[in-house]
Design a protein around this ligand. Structure first.
Ligand code: AMP
Ligand code: ZN
Length: 466
């Protein structure tokens, strides 16, 4: 089956055809580094990560670019509040972002370009737009995009001309200055007192770039004028991505992006998780309650990216349990010695079902259901002592393969300290002498130390509790 994605531009699931055979260019709108991101933000990055990992699984060579917004109203406002120069201020949150994505097993992008390092490129694009009559300088020293001059405007967001929802995003309101038409948006913002030390000199006067232009300038610089996939949260469709199209296609005269892929909200009690509503948890908040970042990753990826997902701590616990089932199976079958059954057919089916689901616009629930159906069957066979060593290895190889996409299983061989290994041996000794009370005492002691014992047909097995 062909790989298909839902394209916001056409509002259809479409077969994915890369511009260059075997290669994919992806641009993702990254974080504004003014605070710790909340886990709603991370839903966007985990969704993008699953998309990217599945393309790699399918054999594509992926080039992935993610911007860091290090100058805008929020970064300037908060750096002033803290009395720290902008660059030093944003560096702190950049570091926090990289720490978080590492914990969430998000594959690093090839490059994280920053807005402040690309002022020249942005000004170059703005100049082209002005020269073509698509932008003009306002009375306030800002440069605005003349939306009415770009005939395709509104296509991505499915808007009728003249029916733009004003103030649909707080970011639009932040751009409301002296402009010819309320729909026009700022490409370059003339300096005001609030900007303080933050400004660049340009032929349009001193100022700073608008938010939308950074993504047009940096995506096309690193991926070319026309590239395959652009990702972001659903709130970015309008105006941000609509404006990116107007800027890029308006200045470069070429189709900008083939597939626009947007993730839905992470909710809290039915409302979007957001800084402004105050209903958010940062990753640090969740981890400080003792949850593992991989459980958060699993929770964020296990609902289809185009469906809303309500965040609860029970949800994180359920996610941790699902991961534990996978880890437990690996420990259980590691040294299977049965005579074998029909597992290879079951693996083939699980693999085919996993791929069929993922090919269909990354239908993760069905893909995971295929994995857990195999896990259930293999557990039964292992409990009956029927699984052969070869079969067990094939199951583990399959899990390794799909883990390239979900990235939640830990295959590193677990070790426990020697003193605990000695306790396990001691317990075995008690058991062989039928001194069961002493054996049970050791079992309890180990459990307190986070090691659980299982007496199986193949002897005692231990596992670390997560
Ligand atoms: P921002 O730093 O506000 O530009 O947001 C970074 C990314 O997170 C964007 O792609 C947003 O669309 C996305 N995002 C923000 N809040 C949520 C949420 N509650 N659920 C899912 N994605 C979100
Ligand atoms: Zn962007």
């Amino acid at each position: 089956m062909a790989l298909k994605f839902y394209n916001t531009l056409t509002r259809k699931k479409e077969e994915f055809k890369p511009i260059k055979k075997g290669q994919v260019g992806i641009y993702s709108c990254g974080p504004t580094i003014y605070d710790f991101p909340h886990i709603g933000n991370y839903r966007a990055y985990v969704s993008g990560d699953v998309l990217k990992r599945y393309l790699i699984y399918k054999g594509f060579k992926v080039k992935h670019i993610m911007n860091l917004t290090d100058v805008d109203d929020k970064t300037i406002r908060n750096s002033k509040k803290e009395g720290i120069p902008l660059k030093k201020f944003t560096e702190k949150y950049e570091k926090a972002f990289f720490e978080d994505i590492k914990k969430l097993n998000i594959m690093p992008a090839d490059l994280y370009p920053k807005a402040t390092d690309h002022i020249k490129e942005m000004l170059g694009m703005i100049k082209k737009l002005v020269d073509k009559g698509l932008a003009y300088k306002g009375d306030d020293g800002s440069v605005y995009y003349k939306v009415s001059a770009f005939k395709e405007y509104g296509k991505l967001a499915n808007l009728q001309k003249g029916a733009l929802k004003k103030g649909a995003s707080c970011r639009v309101q932040a751009d409301e200055y002296a402009k010819e038409d309320a729909d026009d948006f700022a490409l370059w913002k003339g300096w005001t007192e609030e900007d303080g030390e933050v400004f660049w000199d340009s032929e349009f006067g001193k100022g700073r770039p608008g938010w939308h232009i950074e993504c047009s300038a940096m995506s096309t610089k690193y991926l070319g004028k026309h590239f395959d996939i652009h990702t972001g949260g659903i709130d970015l469709v309008f105006p941000h991505h609509q404006n990116e199209i107007a800027q890029s296609e308006g200045s470069l005269n070429e189709k900008f992006v083939n597939y626009w892929i947007h993730n839905e909200w992470l909710l809290v009690n039915g409302q979007k998780m957001s800084k402004s509503l105050g209903n958010f948890f940062t990753l640090r908040d969740v981890l400080s309650k003792g949850y593992s970042p991989i459980a958060v990753r699993y929770l964020l990826l296990s609902t289809h990216y185009r469906q809303q997902l309500n965040f609860t701590f029970e949800g994180v616990e359920a996610a941790a349990n699902s991961i534990q089932r996978l880890q437990d199976l690996i420990v259980k079958i590691n040294d299977a010695k049965g005579e074998g059954s029909d597992v290879s057919g079951k693996i083939k089916k699980a693999e085919a079902d996993f791929e069929k689901a993922m090919d269909d616009d990354l239908s993760i629930s069905d893909a995971l259901a295929a994995v857990f159906s195999l896990v259930k069957d293999v557990n039964i066979l292992a409990d009956k002592g029927k699984l052969s060593n070869k079969e067990a290895k094939a199951v583990i190889a399959f899990l390794r393969k799909i883990n390239g996409v979900i990235a939640v299983i830990d295959f590193t061989e677990e070790k426990i300290p020697d003193e605990l290994m000695k306790l396990i041996a001691k317990r075995e000794e008690f058991r062989s002498k039928k001194m069961f009370a002493d054996a049970d005492r050791i079992r309890e002691e180990l459990l307190k130390k986070g090691v659980q014992l299982d007496d199986t047909k193949e002897g005692v097995k231990w596992k670390k509790l997560k």
